[in-house]
Ligand binder design. Structure first.
Ligand SMILES: Cc1cc2nc3c(=O)[nH]c(=O)nc-3n(C[C@H](O)[C@H](O)[C@H](O)COP(=O)(O)OP(=O)(O)OC[C@H]3O[C@@H](n4cnc5c(N)ncnc54)[C@H](O)[C@@H]3O)c2cc1C
Length: 580
């Protein structure tokens, strides 16, 4: 059982010679989690391999090794399942007691693969973490976007679509902005992976940020849908995503650890032009190489300091960038952020040394700046690659201002909390104050947020491009297809509603809900018969789309098992609960 501390795994393998003279490995493990293990035909297992008789000629402790274990091998214990938040996929505990396998067949890579498991795990994660969970994250945000924007248009309160209220516009704009941003970063990241790169830091950023933004978007969606999101049943389009999202947050490196340890912890050394070389030179005792890198490193720090100062005073205008227009504006700001980031990162590494990795509140903020620079770069890349579509400027502006404001928040936190011997007062006082006064961004404006919210509540090509790849279905009597139909009809009925409202204001029609006035509006010639039909169909579709599932007591007992179990525990009758 290892969990976050993958290197601390306790599963073991011992190499020995069998009676037939062949090499075998005897495996023992107790693992809490392997997805689908109980119904698998083969298990993938990482363990610490020992070779007490040095039969492989590589020493006694071979280290982490990966093997494939047929599930029906004697000694493999399977069968029990966990219940991951009610989601119908099996996650399972498994044990292995003296499981014996031919070494060459079991170990991935045969005898050569012995002791190379850590590298295999890291390489697989370096690629895998950039694919499945980021796709799930971006898909969840886009699906939430379709659901929440349709619902916001269809659902009326106080005589208006709720999406017209500024309070609802805010979460709608966030969901729209995240959709553009995450789709941009998904394509950017997968483009790199397609070319064969295994960028461990980038994929850690993707795993962490995509799932975190998905969590935020789903929460926003839940707020927008109100009771429709709370009432479970086939009509509920969001509850499963809401329940599901912690699984994405936890697996393949739980998010807190990914943010605080992996993104900056790995990135600071791997992405730094000199630190890794310095460490390697120290390890190999190569004084000359160390000196060369050390002095280059010092020059690098001094250059970054002046660059950061110059870009901060000019708000990035000094940076030369290969673009024009809105892209240039934001590239300059990212250059400015990156110069400050590079200088501060060196300062933190220089002053804290090995202690930095324990200062997770600092490394987390460095990770945030680094991650938002990456996501922001992906947004600019998408805008440029798609030919600078003018109608998408609002998404770019929203996403970039949001990214820069997140960077700013992390910088503010660093200035307020970093200790720099002899200079802490300077960072916590004048520099922190200057940074706040001269912020990278204060976040997207209300105006741009309004435009994003309106755009995603307008059916058409732009909305479809923002939320592509979401399963809508073709049966318009159920699921998202029903909601999207009501959404389109609500859009078409808007000008007709305006006519009816004008007639109410002028006293030609009584003050009543619009859906109750359709016949009267036709009778009085406010609407034509055809228009009356359109409005009636739209009203009926809206009423159907916002309906929630209701159950008989027996049905309820079957679906709400958790609540029933809780009620039974405290000895209150279910009927009483239902009545309450
Ligand atoms: C549904 C499901 C399927 C899974 N499938 C598999 C599978 O197929 N194969 C497999 O090997 N594993 C699998 N896992 C295990 C999964 O990888 C672990 O749950 C995950 O790594 C977290 O470990 P943990 O649950 O032990 O939590 P812990 O390690 O106890 O972590 C708890 C919290 O502490 C934080 N934390 C831990 N260490 C640090 C640190 N140094 N700094 C900051 N924060 C820290 C974590 O981020 C987390 O928030 C699965 C888990 C689940 C729930």
């Amino acid at each position: 059982m290892a969990g976050s501390d993958a290197g601390g795994l306790e599963s073991t393998g011992i190499v020995f010679t069998g009676d037939d003279g062949e090499l075998y490995v005897r495996l023992n493990w107790t693992k809490r989690y392997i997805t689908l293990a109980a119904i698998s035909t083969v298990l993938g297992l990482a363990f610490k391999l020992k070779d007490p008789e040095n039969l492989l000629g590589k020493g006694e402790d071979l280290g982490i090794t990966c093997a494939l274990v047929p599930s029906d091998t004697p000694g493999v214990v399977l069968g029990r399942r966990h219940d991951p938040l009610g989601i119908p996929f099996y996650n399972c505990p498994t044990e292995g007691h003296d499981v014996v396998l031919k070494l060459e067949d079991a170990i991935i890579g045969g005898a050569d693969g012995a002791g190379r498991g850590w590298r295999m795990l890291m390489e697989s994660l370096a690629a895998g973490r950039g694919i499945s969970l980021p796709a799930t994250g971006s898909g969840s945000v886009k699906a939430t976007g379709r659901i929440a924007s349709s619902h916001a248009k269809v659902r009326k309160q106080f005589g208006l679509s709720i999406g017209k209220f500024e309070g609802i516009e805010e979460p709608l704009a966030r969901i729209g902005g995240y959709s553009y941003l995450l789709e941009a970063a998904r394509r950017y990241t997968n483009g790199g992976l397609d070319k064969g790169a295994k960028p461990a830091v980038v994929t850690a950023i993707a795993k962490y940020t995509f799932t975190e933004l998905a969590r935020k978007a789903i929460n926003d969606g839940m707020d927008i849908l109100g009771g429709n999101a709370i009432s479970r049943g086939p009509r509920n389009l969001l509850a499963h995503a809401y329940v599901n999202i912690p699984v994405s947050i936890t697996v393949e490196g739980a998010n807190i650890l990914t943010r605080t340890l992996m993104v900056f912890g790995q990135g600071a050394i791997r992405c730094h032009p000199y630190t890794l070389n310095e460490i390697l030179a120290l390890e190999s005792g190569d004084v000359k190489a160390f000196d060369a890198n050390f002095w280059k490193h010092i020059r690098h720090v001094v250059r970054n300091l002046f660059r950061a100062l110059g870009l901060s005073v000019t708000r990035g205008r000094l940076a030369s960038v290969p673009a024009s227009g809105i892209s240039a504006r934001y590239m300059r700001k990212i250059s400015w952020a990156s110069a400050s980031f590079a200088f501060l990162a060196d300062l933190a590494m220089g002053t804290l040394g090995g202690n930095l990795k324990r200062k997770e509140k600092l490394t987390g903020r460095f990770a945030d700046i680094f991650s938002w620079m990456y996501l922001g770069s992906a947004v600019i890349k998408r805008y440029e690659e798609e030919g600078r579509r003018q109608e998408d400027r609002i998404f770019v502006e929203w996403a970039m201002e949001y990214a820069l404001a997140n960077m700013q928040e992390a910088f503010d936190g660093l200035y307020k909390n970093m200790s720099v011997p002899g200079l802490t007062w300077l960072f916590r006082g004048p520099i922190a104050l200057w940074s706040r006064m001269n912020a990278l961004s204060h976040g997207p404006s209300d105006k741009v947020g309004h435009k994003v919210a309106v755009a995603i509540q307008t059916p058409g090509e732009q909305r479809d491009r923002l939320f592509p790849g979401v399963f809508v279905g073709s049966d318009e009597t159920e699921g998202l297809a029903r909601l999207e139909r009501a959404f389109r009809l609500a859009h078409d009925a808007e000008p007709l509603e305006r006519k009816v409202k004008a007639a109410i204001r002028s006293g030609d029609l009584p003050k009543q809900p619009i859906d109750k006035l359709v016949n009267a509006a036709v009778d009085k010639g406010v609407l034509s018969a055809e228009e009356g039909k359109v409005l009636a169909v739209a009203s009926a579709a809206a009423a159907d789309a916002i309906e929630v599932d209701a159950f008989t007591l027996d049905q309820y007992r079957q679906t709400a098992t958790t609540i029933v179990a809780t009620v039974a525990d405290v000895d209150i009758g279910t009927e009483q609960l239902a009545t309450v």
